[in-house]
Design a protein around this ligand. Structure first.
Ligand code: GDP
Length: 728
């Protein structure tokens, strides 16, 4: 039977029209895991008895123990619709906000998303986040309203009230879609019950209904209500099985790779659209050059490193030699495979439009472009909704494990692209930066349990950002031999431009003209927009000079100096953000020997460092949104916890006897929150956090925070002055 399933899957893989690549996204606890399991059960991928009982997608032990899904993994299933078979490739996405980055990369691999919402709770903050991530990646949504049984049996609403509630929920989702991407909304991406892009039901009890299904079965809204009310849900599940309704909706309304790739490629690849490779990707041409984007890397005890990703053009076969973006040498593909449940099945060949797993890509990281073309413009890097804002220092418990620790850290960074591992050169410490306290705890646990290295970690610290308050310059930077001079001006980047960079809408990969137009539309002047020399994190270097000899051949070194400062600013050696450096004049020695790296890099660097200090260097601190669900009588304890942490309550509403609190607070004040909220509410609060951007550190805290950072990093106590960089 299994062999037959493999045969059917491989046959369907070859025709893009019969493929749907999808993800299921939801706020935690809204029922994503239950839905996935039941879809698989219904498709005969796991036994019906097991469906719903076993957390099928959560192959990681720890995920089961904690009840959250951390790693994205894949399954493929076969679904019959109107007499034809379809292959649905389902990518799992994590349900916990501290792992928000993973949702974005899963979205990179798929074309459509089933957005699951709890009918009682309605849209929650994370629903908005995942929806936004989907739209940004040009992934089309359909809606599944789950836990409808609760409306009837817990809230005891009548049939009329139920319709009103569901209608309101759908309206609200459409308002969100419209607000996030009006263009897509107008192009027909709103969700619409009458059209069939909304289904509702109960994943737990294995039934669902949609308008097309009502028409097909003759079951009315009131019938559904009565079945539920009589707790005769088993009969309902027989008449309107969940997997059939949801998979029908997927097949009918989510695009196949041929339909999807045109729009998706335009959104995630900024190369020349006239090139043959652009056309090949847009038409999912299986016989063209290979283009594959890696969206996940995991370790398999037998096969080693497995890279999973989306195949946009060409076909993957064993033994193929490919270029990996950023790597010097070609890699050789060893195995190619597809997923069924947690198992990976080796196949001969995978054509364009599919999600594939390969081994042998030793230079690949999450986000790598893999291709048979020598000089392909890579895909845009994956933009995560959040940034690493918390860091811990990691040490091996036993000295002898140090080499192994270095290797393991490299490995976890590869598996989780939202993690940033750095070596602090001054202290020799390994620093691990992640999205939150919980994120780092999970990784530390993984290092010890899966990778077998005992470690100690320091308490978590906030990663701040350096930025400037005003303008400065021109400021001169001199090379040690005094023969090379750079004059820079500095100013904050326009907020709209920062937004463009953060969303991945502009980059150094795109044609110059296209970038210039986007920048000008965001408010940058033409003479600046046409001189962009580098975009590094959310900082920009602009060459405003004209006709300076030798400048072009020196630019790479100048930019190296720029990047060094952006990685570690002069105030506290924290990363920089929102800084625009304009090179307005330069003098260069005519002999290349006298303008090597040792001369140019420090000159470029010091001009920027001095200018930043003159422009009012300051710190931004990261904030998190904190969402708390708590029984009404425990609400007081919960709000006090937030207010005691420089936090503010933004919204509060009560649904049944649960109060939902939306608040925001600085990351620095949130350490230890898990334990404190537990004691403040007798363990009855459910909460989650989400990255909420940066805000200027209050002036009264600046001195103290900078002092503590400098001391920790072994820097001189006194804050540097611009003159420290100028007098040399
Ligand atoms: P996830 O965090 O989104 O993966 O959510 P889960 O699938 O783990 O479900 C969270 C909880 O909701 C579990 O206790 C499920 O049993 C329950 N649940 C899921 N679907 C339904 C449903 O349709 N009705 C009811 N009453 N409970 C459900």
């Amino acid at each position: 039977r299994r062999k037959k399933m493999v045969e059917r899957v491989t046959a369907l893989m070859g025709t893009p029209e019969t493929i749907r690549n999808i993800g299921i996204v939801a706020h935690i606890d809204h029922g994503k895991t239950t839905l996935s399991d039941n879809l698989l059960g219904g498709a005969g991928m796991i036994s019906k008895e097991l469906a719903g009982k076993q957390l099928f997608m959560d192959s990681d032990e720890e995920e089961q123990a904690r009840g959250i899904t951390i790693d994205a993994s894949n399954v493929s299933m076969v679904h019959e619709y109107e007499g034809k078979e379809y292959l649905i490739n389902l990518i799992d996405t994590p349900g916990h906000v501290d792992f928000g980055g993973d949702v974005t990369r899963a979205m990179r691999a798929v074309d459509g998303a089933v957005v699951v919402i709890d009918a009682v709770e309605g849209t929650m903050p994370q629903t908005e986040t995942v929806l936004r991530q989907a739209l940004r990646e040009h992934v089309k949504p359909v809606l599944f309203i789950n836990k409808v049984d609760r409306l009837i049996n817990e809230l005891q609403v009548d049939s009329q009230e139920m319709q009103v509630r569901l209608g309101k929920l759908i309206d609200h989702v459409n308002k969100l879609i419209k607000g996030m991407n009006e263009e897509r909304y107008k192009a027909g991406w709103k969700v619409d019950a009458a059209a069939g892009t909304v289904a509702f039901g109960s994943a737990l009890y294995n039934w669902a209904i949609s308008v097309p299904m009502m028409k097909k079965t003759g079951i009315s809204f009131n019938d559904v209500y009565d079945y539920c009310k009589k707790e005769d849900m088993k009969a309902l599940a027989d008449k309107c099985p969940l997997h059939e309704v949801v998979n029908d909706m997927v097949v009918r309304f989510l695009p196949n790779p041929l339909q999807a790739q045109k729009g998706r490629v335009a959104a995630i690849w900024h190369g020349d659209k006239e090139l043959p490779i652009a056309k090949a990707m847009m038409s999912a041409d299986a016989s063209a050059d290979l283009t594959f984007m890696v969206t996940d890397i995991s370790m398999d005890p037998h096969a080693g490193e497995v890279a999973t990703g989306r195949l946009f053009s060409g076909s993957l076969t064993r033994g193929m030699e490919v270029y990996v973006s950023g790597a010097a040498k070609k890699n050789r593909i060893q195995q190619v495979g597809i997923f069924m449940g947690p198992e990976r099945l080796e196949v001969e060949k995978i054509p364009a439009g599919n999600i594939a797993a390969v081994t042998g890509l030793k230079d690949a990281i999450v986000g790598s472009t893999v291709t048979t073309l020598e000089n392909m413009t890579p895909f845009e890097s994956i933009k995560h909704g959040s940034e690493p804002v918390v860091t811990v220092a990691v040490e091996a418990k036993h000295m002898k494990d140090l080499p192994k620790l270095v290797e393991v850290l490299r490995q976890v960074a590869k598996e989780d692209p939202t993690l940033r591992i750095t070596l602090d050169e001054e202290t020799g410490e390994h620093l691990m930066a992640g999205m939150g306290e919980l994120h780092l705890e999970v990784i530390a646990h993984r290092i010890e349990r899966d990778k077998g290295v005992e470690i100690t970690t320091t308490p978590p610290l906030v990663v701040y950002r350096e930025t400037i308050r005003g303008n400065a310059g021109p400021v001169e930077g001199k090379s040690p031999n005094r023969h090379n001079r750079f004059y820079v001006e500095i100013e904050p980047i326009e907020p709209e431009v920062v937004e463009l960079i953060r969303n991945g809408d502009i980059s150094m990969n795109m044609p110059e003209l296209e970038r210039r137009e986007k920048l000008m539309a965001a408010g940058m002047s033409k003479d600046q927009a046409k001189g962009i020399a580098d975009i590094y994190e959310s900082n920009i270097y602009i060459d405003m000079t004209k006709g300076i000899q030798y400048l072009n051949e020196t630019m790479e070194l100048i930019l190296e100096g720029f990047q060094e400062v952006m990685k570690a600013g002069p105030l506290s050696r924290e990363p920089c953000m929102g800084i625009k450096v304009k090179l307005v004049d330069a003098k260069l020695h005519e002999d290349a020997v006298h303008r090597g790296p040792a001369q140019v890099i420090p000159a470029s660097r010091q001009a920027i460092q001095a200018a930043m200090l003159m422009a009012g260097d300051t710190l931004l601190e990261p904030y998190q949104k904190v969402f708390i669900q708590v029984p009404q009588d425990q609400m007081g304890g919960a709000t006090k916890e937030i207010q005691g942490r420089r936090g503010i309550i933004m919204d509060m509403h009560t649904e049944g006897d649960t109060t939902v609190i939306e608040s925001r607070a600085p990351v620095a004040a949130l350490f230890g929150f898990a334990g404190d909220i537990r004691s403040a509410t007798e363990g009855r609060a459910m909460w989650s956090t989400e990255f909420a951007g940066f805000e200027t550190l209050p002036t009264n805290l600046l001195g103290e925070v900078v002092g503590a950072i400098r001391q920790r990093k072994g820097l001189k106590k006194d804050i540097p002055q611009a003159s420290d960089y100028l007098s040399m």
